[in-house]
Design a protein around this ligand. Structure first.
Ligand code: NAD
Ligand code: 44H
Length: 378
């Protein structure tokens, strides 16, 4: 069995690659990082280390690397014969990898061999986004044919993998926890064997629970932690005020999630506690700049901060802690982050309501914008 995985970064090597290898796939990593691809071509194994007291590790073999641009012919051949195409490149990059996937799927139209395409990104229904970009390369008739043998299931992925500093650049330090949840209703053909993945038919509940708990709380720790001058999430979580903000924001998103998806309140509380414990893992040192990265994306309408705030607002509630995280995110002015610079430029160049409208895609007179504005000026 062969799988092509786009994005040989932290999640690519430290999570998806591991589970695919463990399920018997030969994994072809496609990336645009030349150095990384050279390492993947040169080495026959890499090690995954678990961030835990026991210090277990896991050896990954049976992989290769291809440069998405320089090795395009080999990549097309691999994509033509693979059973599974996965991604972990970052949601904004999906549009850039869609053309080569589309080109390969065109080559498969005559054989009609089943393949599943699964985007493993922190975004609601990222596979649908990738699918739309791929569909743009087909006419209606071709797309109809293709839809009979290509599956596009959505998925949620969860494992904290920080920026790496190990001696071997392919090795990865990861938290032991992982959850890869895949939507069964997205398959037109056979469901691929992926040991350790969780196949469900109510993915929206899982995606939103993950994004609005793990990622919303993480964003709260990162943006409030940044404001308080910390460098890592673990340091920030030791600060009583940051911890209180994380807990408050998770009570608000918990209220939304329990009401929307009927999660059992006690089980959800236990999910929150596990999540907080994961942020605090003393065996990890997770840079705030990683967790706070791309603030413009994180403040987007369908994302972890604005989306739950809008949904709670629509229920007549006042998500004060979410508004405080949004405000802290607006003050994120890390110069090494291009989006943080762009964010500050947007805020400097126009009146606040218009800037907030541009950032969140809400109308400038939306009641939530007014509340953010009040908090921001405070
Ligand atoms: N790190 C985590 O804790 C974590 C956990 C769950 C989900 N995620 C999600 O997984 C995705 C990847 O995150 P990451 O932390 O692994 O980031 P990363 O930066 O470590 O890896 C991304 C990789 O994608 C590659 N890439 C960029 N453009 C590309 C292109 N056009 N073609 C092929 N490869 C390209 C980069 O070179 C890089 O190696 C993101 O959507 C992130 O939100 C991350
Ligand atoms: O990857 P991002 O930028 O969407 O979010 C940063 C972190 O919250 C994220 O990477 C988490 O570590 C991860 O989602 C845990 O599963």
């Amino acid at each position: 069995m062969k799988a092509v995985h786009f994005g040989a970064g932290n999640i690519g090597r430290g999570f998806i690659g591991q589970l695919l290898f463990n399920s018997g796939y030969e994994v072809v990593f496609a990336d645009v990082n030349e150095e990384l691809i050279q390492q993947l071509k040169a080495q026959s194994s890499y090690t995954i280390y678990y961030a835990e007291e026991e210090k277990r590790s896991f050896e990954v073999t049976n992989f290769t690397g291809l440069h998405s641009n320089h090795d395009k012919n080999e990549l097309l051949s691999a994509l033509k014969e693979t059973e599974l195409i996965t991604t972990a490149v970052g949601a904004p990059v999906l549009k850039h990898i869609a053309p080569v996937i589309a080109e390969a799927l065109k080559l498969r139209l005559s054989e009609r061999k089943s393949v599943a395409v699964i985007a493993c990104e922190n975004a609601v229904n990222a596979t649908d986004t990738l699918k739309e970009h791929i569909a743009a390369a087909f006419d209606e008739q071709e797309w109809k044919q293709l839809s009979q043998f290509v599956s596009f299931p959505n998925a949620a992925v969860d494992r904290i993998v920080p920026i790496q500093s190990l001696e071997n650049p392919l090795d990865v330090l990861v938290e032991p926890f992982y959850e890869w949840t895949i939507d069964t209703s997205g398959f037109t053909g056979p469901v691929p064997v992926i040991e350790g993945a969780h196949f469900v038919d109510n993915l929206s509940a899982y995606i939103e629970r993950k994004l609005y708990t793990v990622n919303t709380g993480h964003a709260a720790a990162a943006y409030h932690g940044y404001a308080a001058g910390y460098e890592t999430v673990q340091e920030a979580m030791q600060d009583e005020q940051v911890l209180a903000e994380v807990k408050n924001v998770l009570l608000e998103t918990g209220d939304l999630l329990i009401g929307k998806y009927s999660f059992h309140p006690e089980e959800h509380q236990s999910y929150i506690e596990t999540t907080i414990y994961r942020y605090q893992n003393p065996e990890l040192s997770d840079q705030i700049t990683r967790v706070a990265r791309q603030p413009l994306k994180k403040l987007g309408l369908k994302e972890r901060l604005t989306s739950p705030a809008v949904q709670l607002f629509e229920q007549g509630k006042h998500p004060a802690a979410l508004i405080r995280v949004i405000t802290a995110a607006l003050r994120y002015n890390e110069t090494s982050d291009e989006e943080a610079l762009e964010l500050q430029k947007i805020l400097a160049e126009q009146p606040l309501p218009e800037a907030l409208s541009k950032i969140t895609s809400l109308s400038a007179d939306h009641a939530l914008i007014k509340e953010i504005e009040k908090q921001y000026q405070r």
